[in-house]
Design a protein around this ligand. Structure first.
Ligand code: CS2
Length: 495
């Protein structure tokens, strides 16, 4: 079906919504904002904003709308798109079986903090904001991967301490917002991290406290006593929006949307119920509340995110550009399945109410969803903060129990080979990582993996483990000398 004309997404669209697109039928003017969210990318818009939209649309809830905030210079495009579209956008859920489009109305306003930090502070100080949620990415918490401590050498952290009126990281914003509430005697907001970090709430709390301790110990004390940081596990595969998604939304639904989002049908959110200033009744729309989210997070990060990394780097080196291609490739299926079954599952343990065999089967199906065109390069972004969370902890645990590590190590080796910056045909590999300069300074000098392992803030003590170093050397050398496919064959031929 191809529509000849297209209608811009804006509040006018809601007066005359296309038949095949679900649009908000609740009165958006009557829904008040109770959440400020930092990091409005594809994931937030396909996940949290949808859960809230469901609450407004189907359960008559009238508060807890979202004020979106972008703090990075690259959020300028989102700022422009959302403000031009009355903060409405199209979410399409796609699988081989169906494609559903929906216009989401739960985001009511958007502030570009990078240009208007004062507006963000003022909003954070407003007592009607009861939750500040975050998708700051794994790297946004600026901590040393090996020690878990906030990295005071980080340029953003240094800026935020010296220049509190114009922060660059989540810490400067959270500290200023909470400080204003403290001084005004207002109940603090809950800080809800929605990033793929094990113990994301604990990490948000310990890093923010370390930051505030330097900024003002009294503030740190107050936050420690009064602010809650629930841990949560979030899940929905959401590719980056490109022109392909914009064209799809225009051609299929007749909607002109500068920033639509396309995601898989699956979604999951498990949260610890420790909110210090109230929360939306998210249990009505399928969110699971629990007292201990750790087993769910471990399962998701070590199986889903780790498999993504294992597919991304090696798959890219093999010439694939989309995750579905890799997940459907006969040589990759046993690798990913084997990594999960043999090297990761023994570490994950029992998860209440989850059949792990079924869970992994559904992951393989989700990875193979060719309609969402998840980019290998999206997965290969920011390896310096992803691998220490998704892959390295499983290697460390397996080394402790003298268990198998080869398939996980292949992921680390592929990342190292990827960081060389040239693929097997000699073409440039686009490396996107805040640590890219530091990493490629090493790979330009030597292909010896021991040199990268010296970056202990990323690799911890792994460089001291003889067994791991030997495995890694074997695989890195083979990747350079024989290529990605031959190395994968070798790994899979080993009993
Ligand atoms: C991905 C995640 O960034 C990554 O490497 O593994 O973005 C993943 O798609 C989501 O966590 C799915 O919930």
């Amino acid at each position: 079906m191809t529509n000849k004309t297209s209608t811009p997404v804006s509040k006018d669209l809601l007066k005359n919504a296309p038949k095949d697109v679900v649009c908000p039928t609740y009165d958006r003017d009557k829904v008040t904002e109770g959440i400020l969210h930092i990091g409005v990318g594809g994931f937030h818009r396909s996940h949290q904003a949808l859960y809230l939209d469901d609450l407004f649309q189907s359960h008559g809830v009238k508060d807890w709308a979202i004020c979106g905030v972008g703090i990075m210079p690259q959020d300028a495009a989102m700022n422009k798109a959302l403000n031009e579209q009355d903060c409405l956008y199209t979410l399409v859920e796609r699988s081989g079986k169906k494609s559903n489009a929906r216009v989401i109305g739960s985001l009511k306003s958007y502030i570009f903090g990078h240009e208007n930090p004062e507006q963000v502070f003022a909003k954070m100080a407003d007592p009607s904001v009861k939750i500040v949620s975050l998708t700051a990415t794994e790297g946004g918490y600026c901590f040393n991967q090996a020690t878990g401590e906030l990295d005071f050498d980080n340029k953003g952290i240094q800026n935020d301490l010296n220049n509190p009126g114009k922060p660059q990281t989540i810490f400067g914003y959270l500290a200023e917002g909470l400080d204003r509430r403290r001084k005004a005697g207002v109940t603090p907001f809950t800080v809800l991290s929605c990033d793929n970090l094990q113990g994301n709430g604990h990490v948000a709390k310990s890093t923010l406290l370390a930051f505030c301790q330097k900024r003002d110990p009294e503030l740190a004390k107050w936050i420690d006593k009064n602010v809650s940081f629930p841990n949560c596990m979030v899940d929905r595969i959401t590719p980056a929006t490109t022109d392909a998604e914009r064209d799809f939304v225009r051609d299929t639904y007749g909607l002109e949307d500068a920033f639509p989002v396309v995601a898989e049908p699956f979604k999951q959110w498990v949260i610890e119920d420790t909110f210090c200033n109230g929360r939306p009744p998210l249990e009505k729309v399928g969110v699971q509340f629990t007292t201990d989210v750790a087993p769910y997070e471990k399962m998701k990060i070590r199986l889903l995110n780790a498999s993504h990394s294992a597919m991304g780097y090696l798959g890219y080196l093999c010439g694939y550009r989309y995750i579905y291609e890799i997940a459907q490739a006969p040589e990759f299926i046993p690798y990913i399945q084997g990594m999960m079954d043999v090297e990761v599952t023994p570490l994950v343990g029992e998860i209440p109410g989850v059949n792990l065999t079924e869970y992994k089967k559904s992951l393989m199906e989700r990875f193979a969803n060719e309609t969402i065109k998840d980019q290998a390069l999206r997965i290969c972004l920011d390896g310096s903060s992803k691998l220490p969370k998704f892959i390295l902890p499983s290697i460390v645990e397996q080394l402790e129990r003298k268990g198998p590590i080869r398939k996980l190590t292949l992921c680390v080796a592929s990342w190292m080979r990827f960081l060389n910056g040239k693929d097997e045909q000699g073409a440039d590999i686009p490396i996107q990582d805040p640590q890219a300069d530091r990493l490629t300074a090493v790979t330009k000098k030597t292909r010896d993996p021991k040199a990268l392992l010296e970056l202990t803030d990323i690799y911890g003590d792994l460089g001291k483990d003889e067994r791991f170093v030997k495995e890694l050397e074997l695989l890195v050398n083979m990747l350079y000398d024989k290529g990605a496919r031959a190395t994968l064959d070798f790994v899979m031929s080993e009993k």
